[in-house]
Design a protein around this ligand. Structure first.
Ligand code: FAD
Length: 429
């Protein structure tokens, strides 16, 4: 069978970015995507940080259909019946192209159309079932009775990556390395979004929520403003959900979140236009797959390239960067006419030099650090509790603020060895 240069399994951001770079380098490439169109099965929060990938993307993102430029960051700690908010904006966040919100159904589709304009075949509704092998080398893909032979297969098939599994590149999947994300898109008039989130036209807000939104389970809530919709959702660790006693159904977390006073007001009058759920890699640096084998490389979520830093979730720019770097390595392998793991392993080495593996390595201890129920119940409850006491004026005389705070610090156990050790451990992340 004649071989094409590259077949990419998965038309998400990792696969499309890889195809874009390969096409620029003159390689023959086909992208196959099981969804009705690229973007139809892809879920993100979502905000894309542009700075880390700016020097890599060339003209790929020119005229991209971003929703809003994020100029306002909000974090909320939810206690039982109260909440504490931090609202941040800064000149350089407003001035520079730092990060943008986007909707994948629009964004990925747009990128795939741009790719087709470059002569790349992007085949939707095409679910790959298996890999083709020549000895110990991957040599293409099989979908039903059809086969496509290729020098290199790029596994860009997302977090569950059956391709990486079939190639024996993947670690055993364990619940603690994954979270489930649920997301709704709510339609609201543009002016209402501007008013409610205190932003101008085309400006957006990224809002993360911690505490009494996941019932003590690792995770949190998110809300991103789009042009005339908001994306709102919950992420919850699968291990935490499995251990929860009494058990809690993931979707009920979302329902209770939306019922909260603070959230209800933001969404008032909105119409639900989209609902999605998806798995997220949470294993960090230690959860990364083997990145290549003979005739195959793994990119994006399929490789485990996602980073939850507590204050933000990153996966999309890792997907784009890894796709581009994989493409550069494959182009060199083509020049050398050598598609063995030895040549393709250059991909991993290059990633080590970029933010992808540097940032993941720097936050290597983050998953263990966050695997602590206190961050999702005790601390939010305690901090919001302090404010509740300080701000409340009852019918008796008011104590000095310092005295109240000291009393509360002692009563809450914040001065205990356990808590001080937890706070001291923050330096590790
Ligand atoms: C709820 C949630 C919130 C998030 N928030 C953010 C955020 O705000 N910012 C951020 O940067 N990241 C965020 N992430 C992570 C980010 O969305 C992912 O890291 C990113 O989508 C990974 O892109 P990808 O191309 O690797 O995978 P995907 O987008 O999952 O693409 C994989 C593609 O492969 C296709 N596929 C799978 N199997 C097959 C097959 N057998 N045959 C053919 N096609 C196949 C799928 O249909 C899919 O289109 C979030 C994720 C979730 C779930």
């Amino acid at each position: 069978m004649d071989k094409i240069d590259v077949v990419i399994v998965g038309g998400g951001l990792a696969g499309l970015a890889c195809a874009y770079r390969l096409a620029d380098k003159g390689l023959q490439v086909i992208v196959v995507e099981r969804g009705d169109f690229p973007g139809s099965k892809n879920v993100t929060g979502g905000r894309l940080y542009l700075m880390p990938i700016r020097s890599m993307v060339g003209d790929m993102l020119d005229d991209a259909p971003f929703e809003r430029k994020v100029v306002r960051e909000r974090w909320s700690l939810f206690g039982k019946g109260n909440s504490l908010n931090i609202d941040f904006t800064g000149e350089r966040f407003r001035g520079e192209d730092h990060s943008y919100t986007l909707l994948r159904s629009r964004f990925d589709r747009w990128l795939s159309e741009k790719l087709m304009g470059k002569g790349v075949f992007v085949i939707p509704k095409y679910r790959v079932d298996d890999l083709l092998w020549e000895g110990d080398s991957v040599a293409g893909i099989r979908a039903g009775s059809e086969e496509i032979a290729a020098h290199v297969v790029v596994a860009a098939d997302g977090v569950l990556s059956f391709m990486a599994q079939k190639a024996g590149l993947r670690q055993k999947m364990v619940p603690k390395n994954y979270a489930v994300g649920m997301k709704e898109v709510i339609e609201l008039p543009e002016e209402k979004i501007n008013d409610r989130f205190n932003v101008g036209s085309n400006e957006g807000c990224a809002h993360l929520f911690l505490g009494d939104v996941t019932q003590g389970i690792f995770g949190g809530g998110f809300l991103y403003t789009n042009r005339d919709t908001v994306s709102i959702g919950i992420v919850a660790g699968i291990q935490g959900l499995m251990k929860k006693d009494p058990p809690v159904e993931a979707h009920t977390l979302m329902d209770t979140f939306k019922e909260k006073y603070e959230i209800k007001r933001l969404l008032e009058g909105g119409n639900l236009v989209e609902y999605a759920a998806h798995i997220i890699p949470e294993g960090g640096y230690k959860g990364i797959a083997k990145l290549c084998g003979n005739g195959i490389v793994v990119v994006g979520d399929a490789a485990g390239f996602a980073l939850n830093m507590g204050v933000t979730v990153r996966g999309m720019e890792f997907a784009i960067a890894s796709g581009i770097i994989a493409a550069d390595t494959i182009a060199e392998a083509k020049e050398a006419n050598d598609f063995t793991a030895k040549t393709l392993s250059e991909y991993g080495k290059r990633l080590q030099e970029t933010f992808v593996l540097k940032d993941l390595a720097a936050c290597e201890d983050m998953p263990e650090f966050l695997d602590n129920e206190s961050f999702f119940s005790y601390y939010p409850d305690t901090f919001t509790g302090f404010l509740d006491k300080i701000m409340w004026f009852g019918d008796g005389p008011k104590e000095k603020i310092g005295a109240t705070l000291w009393k509360e610090l002692k009563a809450s156990g914040m001065m205990s060895f356990k808590r001080l050790k937890e706070l001291y451990n923050i330096r590790k992340i």
